[in-house]
Design a protein around this ligand. Structure first.
Ligand SMILES: Nc1nc2c(c(=O)[nH]1)N[C@H]1C(S)=C(S)[C@@H](COP(=O)(O)O)O[C@H]1N2
Ligand SMILES: [Mo]
Length: 354
């Protein structure tokens, strides 16, 4: 589990300072306050004038639409708590490390997202018979591996038509902030972060699968450089804990007073309900059940708690979730070239003092 030895480059530090994570103590909140939610912005936050902004819906539809923000607000409103996690979460803990946003564990957040179901808008536009995918294009542009592009991702038509997929204009009851995609973003509960396209400008219904950079080059599970790989889609089951006690400034190991310690954290999965969380206080050698709290939604994180009788000495604390598909968390990362979908267990190093 030691990160690669070669050191983090200034380029990676540049990404890490732009794209902050959620401090793990914020796992305490049912809903992550907007300023504590993680951020991932591939290029720049685009300058968008919400009054002249329009959402274009076109491609393989009977009636192309152009909607203003007020028109989206007039449509049926749905609000739901959804956990977002970046597909690169845990990347910097893989060896060798893929050079990209160097997340440790903190690329996650759980917010209440409000907007209108995408399906209603697609039905109004009239999706034609031969449609297979829906493409979502952001208003941000940049260059990746020499390819100049707008950030865009597609979804299979069946996923796009799910009734919980939303065109979102509010986060935690407030208008969407610039960094989270104002004036409008996509939310696809259960899928990794890259799917939730921000600063939406255009939606296009396609008759052929989309073959853009973010599908054919990035976000693929590849075992070697020449493996074409398979697409990264749904969030793998994962749990994290609020690190107990107090931290050292550097490194962020913990100091805890001996006695009864209440451990708490959250667990989530894009493959069904979280059915079990276990905790270990000996680095994953032995496990016992944590208590699961009531669910707040199918794709919202679930609270768990456990009591620990902390005895003086050094301990490594971990938690491990299982979902209803039978998925659980491995002890070590499942290596892949892009450093995606690392759901290996967290290890919190704790010194218990008398
Ligand atoms: N237009 C656009 N949408 C985007 C991105 C982006 O760079 N541009 N980043 C994606 C990635 S990789 C993630 S993990 C999530 C992060 O959402 P957040 O910053 O609101 O947490 O947004 C996704 N949507
Ligand atoms: Mo991401």
């Amino acid at each position: 589990m030691e990160p690669a030895d070669e050191g983090i480059s200034l380029d990676e530090v540049g990404l890490a300072t732009r794209n902050h994570g959620m401090p793990l103590e914020a796992l305490r909140y049912d809903l992550t306050p907007a300023g504590l939610h993680y951020l991932l912005i591939h290029y720049d936050i685009p300058a968008v004038d919400a009054t002249s902004w329009r959402l274009e819906i076109g491609g393989d539809v009977d009636r192309p639409l152009e909607l203003r923000l007020e028109e989206l607000h007039e449509r049926p409103q749905v609000s739901r708590a959804v956990t977002l996690e970046c597909a690169g979460n845990g990347r910097a803990l893989m060896t060798p490390r893929a050079v990209s946003q160097p997340w440790l564990l903190e690329a996650v957040g759980n917010a209440e997202w409000a907007g209108t179901p995408l399906r209603g808008v697609l039905e109004e536009a009239g999706v034609r018979e031969g449609a297979v995918e829906v493409l979502f294009t952001g208003m941000d542009r940049g260059v990746e591996a020499d390819v100049e592009q707008e950030y865009e991702r597609s979804l299979p038509l069946g996923e796009a038509m799910r009734d919980d997929v939303l065109l979102v204009y509010e986060m935690n009851g407030r208008p969407l902030l610039p960094q989270h995609g104002a004036p409008l973003r996509l939310i696809v509960p259960g899928w990794y972060g890259m799917t939730h396209v921000k600063w939406l400008g255009r939606i296009r219904v396609l008759t052929e699968p989309f073959e853009g950079y973010q599908h054919t080059r990035a976000y693929r599970w590849r075992t070697s450089e020449d493996d074409p790989g398979t697409p990264i889609e749904r969030i793998r089951v994962r749990s994290l804990m609020v690190p107990p006690g107090i931290p050292h400034f550097l490194p962020r190991t913990r100091r805890v007073a001996a006695g009864t310690v209440e451990l708490e954290g959250r667990a989530w999965s894009g493959h069904g309900r979280v059915t079990r969380v276990e905790v270990s206080v000996d680095g994953g050698g032995s496990w016992r059940e944590a208590e699961l709290w009531p669910e707040a939604g199918t794709h919202a994180w679930r609270r768990w708690t456990a009591t620990w009788d902390a005895t003086p000495g050094d301990h490594v604390l971990s938690c491990r979730a299982t979902d209803e598909s039978g998925g659980t968390q491995p002890l070590e990362p499942d290596h892949n070239v892009g450093g995606y979908a690392n759901n290996a267990i967290q290890r919190v190093v704790v010194a218990v003092v008398p």
